[in-house]
Every structure is written in C-alpha cells, then in structure tokens.
Design a protein around this ligand. Sequence first.
Ligand SMILES: C[S@@+](CC[C@H](N)C(=O)[O-])C[C@H]1O[C@@H](n2cnc3c(N)ncnc32)[C@H](O)[C@@H]1O
Length: 608
Amino acid sequence: MGSRRHKNKQGAPPTLDEFQAKKDKKLNKIKQKSKRATPIEDKREKVSVKKQKKNHKEVVKTTESDEVAGEEQSEEELSKETKTLFDDSDDDEEANPEDLKDEFDLEQEYDYEEDAEQPTTAMFSDDDDEGDLEDLNAENMEAFSKQLDEEEAEEAEEAERELVETDIMQPRADVLPSERELELMADQPPNLTAVRTRILEIVKVLEDFRNLAAEGRSRTEYVDRLLLDICDYFGYSPFLAEKLFNLFSPAEALEFFEANEIARPITIRTNTLRTRRRDLAQALVNKGVNLQPIGTWTKVGLQIFDSQVPIGATSEYLAGQYILQAASSFLPVVALDPQLNERVLDMAAAPGGKTTYISALMKNTGCVFANDANKARTKSLIANIHRLGCTNTIVCNYDAREFPKVIGGFDRILLDAPCSGTGVIGKDQSVKVSRTEKDFIQIPHLQKQLLLSAIDSVDANSKTGGFIVYSTCSVAVEEDEAVVDYALRKRPNVRLVDTGLAIGKEGFTSFRGKKFHPSVKLTRRYYPHTYNVDGFYVAKFQKIAPSRHDDNQASAREKEAAARDEALEEGIIKDDFAEFDDQEDKQYIEKSKKTILQKKGLNPKGKK
Ligand SMILES: C[S@@+](CC[C@H](N)C(=O)[O-])C[C@H]1O[C@@H](n2cnc3c(N)ncnc32)[C@H](O)[C@@H]1O
C-alpha cells in the first residue's frame, strides 16, 4: 500500500544528475547481462517487473509526464516547457523572472551547462558504452535513452521467453483451491494474505491461460474464484465486482481495484477571476504548502502534497482564489470550452465546481444558468458562486428534464449527470456495496432523459457554439457509452465531436456483444489507475440542426406525444396505459368547480 501511495504522488522533474544516474544504472545492468547467465528466479523477477511496468505505463506517462517530457526533450524545448509550466493564460503578461525564483522555478532545476559543440544526431555504438556516457549531452540524451530502453525491453522479453519455456517443461501447481480446501475455507473468515496471493496468481494464469492454466481447469473456474477473492479482499458486492471486472483485462482490473483503495491526491483549481496560478502557488508555498502543477494539460490546477495549514480555510481560500476540486472535474469544462459572451446552461450544477470554472473561462461575461433539482444543494452552489466572485451566473432549481420548456436557445450546455459514482470509489467506499442492478437501470434512464433535454435546449444555429458536453463520474458503460449511443439514435441532429482533451482513453465502440456508433470512440474515459484521477467519462456533441422536439419547433402536445412514443419504444410505459376521456373529465371538473365556489360561500348556479 505504501508503495502505491508513493506512486500516486507526482514527482518533481529530475535534475540532470538524477537523470544521468538513472541512465548509468541502466547501462551497468546491460553490461552485466553479457557477463552472466540469468538464473530462472531472476528472470521471474524481471518478467514481473516488466509486467508491472507495462501495467503502470499510463500512470507513469501522466503522473510523471513532466519528468518524461524533461527527459525526452531537447534543451531548447525544455527551457520553453519550464517557461510555460505556470503560464496561467495565453495572454498573460510576461512574468518577471525574479517572481519565479522559488521552488517552482523549474528552470533552476533543469539548469545545466550548455554545450553547443555537441552533434545533435545519435552517437552510440554497441561496443563503447563508457565513451557514450562521457559524451552524454542534452542533444543525444533522447536517442541514448531510447537505445537503453530498447535493450532493456529486449532483455526482459528474452527472460520471459525462457521462463515460459521452463514453465512448459515443468508440471504446474494449481492455484485454485481443492474441494477439501474449499470446505475448510467455508468455516473460517478469509485469510486475506492467502487471498491476495491467490488473486495475483490467478491474474497471472488468466493473462497467459494457454501456458499457465492447470489441466482440466476452465477459464470460468479461474474467473469465478478471482471474483470471490476480489469481493473478500476489497469488500465489493459480487454484482459490482463483476461489473467492474468486465471493463478490463484481469491484470488491469486488479490495478483498478487497487487504485480504488486510496483517495486521489488533493487538488485545487485556481480561480482566474481572482488571481493567477503562479501568484497563488507562491502565496501557498509561503504558508508551508507543498504543491506542484497537476500536469501539462491544465493551467489552473495544483496538486497538494502536504500542508501545514488547512487547505479549506486559508485566507486565499476564503478570498475565493481557489476551490478544492478533483482534477477529473476540470475535464468536462475544458471540453465544453465556453466562449466569452455566450449563454451557457449547467444543467446539474451543485455544488458548483464546474459552474464557477465555466464562469471564470468566460471572464464573467455572457450568462451562465446554474441549475440543480435539489434545492438544498443549491445553497452550496450559491455559496461557491459568491465566494469565487462569479457575477454572470443565475441559479435555478428545476428538474432539468423540464428544459427547454423552461428556457432554451443556449450556446452550450454542460450535463454533469447524476450517476452511480463507480469512478469515485476511492472517495466513497460505500459504493462498493450500495449499488444494485436496479441502479444501473434507473440511473441511465434518468441520464438519457436529461441528455435528450440538453440536446433540445441548445440552439443549433448558435454562431459560436451549439455544443453539449455529457459527463459522469461513473465508469459503467450503461451510464456512459450506452447513454451517448441512445442520444445519437434518438437525435440524428447531433453528432459526436472531439473533446479536445489531451488525456483520456477512447470510449468503447462495442462492449460485451453490444455495438455502439463508431463515433463513440471520440468520447473519453478516465480511470484512477491510469491517470491518477477519479474515474470519469466525457462526451462532446454538436447540434447540427434543430430537434423535432425543441420547444420552439413542436407544440407541447406534439412533444408529449413524441415523449410517449419514446417511452413506449423503450418499454418504460405499456401500450394499454389508460387514455384520457375528455367527456368524463368534464363532469369531474364541473363538480370540483361547484365545490370550490360553495366552500367560498358563493352560489354555483348564480355564477356564470
Ligand atoms: C454529479 S452532481 C453535479 C456536480 C456539479 N456539476 C459540480 O461540478 O459541482 C449531479 C447533480 O445532479 C443533480 N440532479 C439530480 N437529478 C437532477 C435532475 N433531474 N435535474 C437537475 N439536476 C439533477 C443532483 O442534485 C446533483 O447535484
């Protein structure tokens, strides 16, 4: 657990010395390789290290993106990078170099001697590594690093090949418990250490079933045991364990379950209506806060490592200079990309993390409607809007399915939908057991209705926009791709467009036999084990023509009829649902009118 915690922290970019030491170590390893035959245990270790590396590749890519960038870039690119790392906006005035002379002065950390004489091309030969090291400089570093990585990969592959060959020749022990063992296990509380070992072993078998499975055992037997062990070890309900397991390969599923055991790092978003990130960072550092930029994909996010002051009660916090916000929460707003002077609707806005970001990106121009169906939650929404100084915002309290009847014609709409929360288990462990099959029917149903309503509320003729962003903090396909695919089928006047997000995995275009529209690939998935952010999903639509169902296009009756047809089609209501009999209704209406007048002491017959 400790090592994973460490992995979840973003490290500072390496100094040249650190970088070189790392490369020296790699080089020595390669040299030693030719001098000794690799014993089998050693190979096992290498193979598992290689596998771990492969599994964590994405984490390394993102959580250490600055490091990798630092390693792989030329000196010139590096200095550019360090200059832009804390750039809060494209049109920021030039920073005074003195302002940056703190621990965020990455230029200082990367500061190394120039050697303009060095050739820029790769200059390595297999037989003279020492000489190569001496000649290491910023220009050839990338090629050198690449060569070493290739050699290391080759070495690990060779070790794996040999290991597989050896395993094939040796009889394999069955990692699944025997019937006798199962009987014994049934009477005792689970031995978690043994369960964990078995989880790792089963995953290994499933990853290379042909070579590692015991004779006569089926894949299903291994999967079933693994799911039981996951429930015992991590505390999931069998239903949810299976649902989440099915999203990944067995090894990646394990990574996901493990990542859910820890909360994501604390992150804050700079409120650019009040300050700049570099000023905020400086102020917080002066108070004993240890922080770093979240990553190159955001110019406003800061990750907090530790702090001597409560982050939710500093004077900067009270002055609205930042908001505590999960990094994944920035993504839908970045995808929405609101423009100055637009009319934007945040359909499910409380407590306002995204609303206030939208407002900041619009520099308090135009108008942001911040709606939430839950009146109690609008209190925190209003409080955040005030604290962060958003003056272009109107708060409303409707069931968002009523839009666009309430108001339509928006340039952009964000639907950060209510969801099952399977992406935020690290934060809310109760999700592991509280979610049932019913949730994955009812919640997607609401999400579909909300999304259609969002589509119908956007102005297809908007000069600057016409976009809808749909997001959830769930990784369940029913709440993500399936909802998006439904909307594409029901509203042919929208299409999916690129989210514009620099990170994220492609949405599924098929899942367990279900095929989705090929463009669903444009949507983006986020997982705690790959990007060290909460599990999240983002899709961006563009409305290319008015909907048949837009309020200004169809009368209320037509709309109701269309909604009814849809509900019938989806099996939400039955065809034999009672029709209204207007004649019969008339009698009751008249009777009720009479009663009301009598109660008021008036004569019903005397009133026309
Ligand atoms: C995921 S949260 C929104 C978080 C918010 N966007 C933020 O960034 O702070 C989902 C919200 O949807 C609201 N909600 C649920 N059903 C709704 C509906 N039918 N119409 C509008 N809002 C709804 C909930 O009250 C909840 O505040």
